[in-house]
Design a protein around this ligand. Structure first.
Ligand code: IPE
Ligand code: IPE
Ligand code: MG
Length: 237
């Protein structure tokens, strides 16, 4: 009763253009309840759906979520399959709803890891939503920041570009033409970046929360955004 006052969306004065979230803590959330890790990923994906909705209502321009890293391929085959099934089902199932909400979808990641059928389905979902003009939802799937930069450099070499400036690299990342993230949130208590948006987050504000991802609800998201509004960004000046 005497806790902190809950922040409402009307309290938000400064809105970040691009919010990026490392959705961490699903496994621990499940383990604490003596449930299989995959159950945590399922509840985590439900929270992801709510977060997309909240960002859409707030009027955020771009939301990127880290769903699966290139390093996550090293987990147990059963867990990998569970996570990918959930994300895949989400993407296919929500296309009509995303369409209704005018949401654009981009998958950021190395799709060469997926079989032909899954890859085609992901590309088709993106394609259906590409002319939408509302929130841009980016799902980082099979994503690794170093791998992304390496691929950009390979593309430059292949194109025979010899004069390389920063823009030339930015234009060849999965995030080409998107604004850089202003606010990067990591849930689950770890204070590290785990290979997420390395190039793009050069001047992002970081927000670390101990809350495990399935419990990171809209009021916690609003707290992060409200704190972002109180930060002084200097960009080295
Ligand atoms: C984040 O939750 C989701 C993915 C990495 C796919 P984790 O599965 O890493 O959960 P913890 O960190 O083990 O609790
Ligand atoms: C980062 O979480 C990746 C995602 C949330 C998708 P991890 O749980 O894989 O990161 P580490 O292993 O703790 O660094
Ligand atoms: Mg984790």
């Amino acid at each position: 009763m005497f806790g902190k006052k809950k922040i409402k969306s009307t309290d938000i004065k400064v809105l970040p253009r691009h919010v990026a979230i490392i959705m961490d803590g699903n496994g621990r959330w499940a383990t604490r309840r003596a449930m299989p890790r995959t159950a945590g990923h399922k509840v985590g994906s439900e929270n992801f759906v709510k977060t997309v909705d909240a960002c859409d209502r707030l009027g955020i321009e771009c939301l990127t979520v880290y769903a699966f890293s290139t390093e996550n391929w090293q987990r147990d085959a059963e867990e990998v399959e569970g996570i990918l099934k959930i994300m895949h089902a989400y993407i296919i199932k929500y296309v009509p709803e995303l369409m209704k909400k005018n949401i654009r979808l981009r998958i950021l990641g190395d799709l060469s890891y997926f079989d032909e059928k899954s890859r085609a389905a992901l590309i088709e979902s993106q394609h259906k939503l590409e002319n939408n003009t509302g929130l841009t939802l980016c799902i980082a799937l099979s994503y690794g920041g170093r791998n992304e930069i390496k691929q950009a450099v390979e593309a430059l070499i292949k194109e025979g570009v010899t004069e390389i400036d920063e823009q030339a690299i930015s234009d060849r990342l999965y995030t080409a033409h998107l604004p850089d993230p202003d606010l990067v949130i990591r849930t689950g208590g770890e204070k590290r970046i785990s290979n997420f948006l390395l190039w793009q987050s050069a001047y992002a504000e970081y927000y670390f929360s101990d809350t495990l991802w399935p419990d990171f609800d809209e009021s916690k998201l609003l707290e992060a955004i409200e704190e972002f509004g109180r930060r002084k960004r200097r960009f080295g000046k």
